[in-house]
Write a protein that binds this ligand. Structure first.
Ligand code: DGP
Length: 116
């Protein structure tokens, strides 16, 4: 898979071609606010490299996952979240609508379980 998919919305956000409110970025990861927030804090952590979903990760992606979770840990701490939820939808049946791997980080309100 190429590093970038020219038709991918989140590749365009990563490249700065579509505006977003970025709260953290480094060489591997960008974290930006969800355009349709479901909690007072709702950000999306994405790899800069195009990966369609968690189902497309490989055993070589351990460092990338560590970078993604490290970025989310840092954002949660910066915001002062004491509890939060991290979720990723895999496939349309699970609710995935943008096919570039992203972890939802939600916090700032009580969370119920199970999700719908
Ligand atoms: P999912 O349904 O799990 O694939 O989540 C996709 C999320 O992406 C959804 O919560 C809304 C968000 N989203 C869609 N388009 C945009 C956009 O153009 N900008 C931003 N910041 N978020 C978007």
């Amino acid at each position: 898979m190429a590093d970038r998919d020219p038709d991918c919305l989140f590749c365009k956000i990563v490249a700065g071609e579509i505006p977003s409110e970025i709260v953290f970025s480094n060489d591997h990861v960008v974290v930006f606010r969800d355009a349709n927030p479901k909690a007072p804090t709702h950000v999306l952590a994405v790899p800069r490299r195009h990966v369609a979903s968690a189902a497309d990760l490989t055993d070589a992606d351990g460092d990338l996952l560590a970078a993604l979770f490290g970025a989310m840990r840092r954002v949660a701490a910066d915001v002062g979240l004491r509890g939060y939820r991290i979720a990723t939808n895999v496939g349309a049946e699970a609710g995935q609508s943008v096919f570039h791997l992203h972890f939802h980080l939600l916090g700032g309100r009580p969370m119920s379980w199970p999700p719908g």
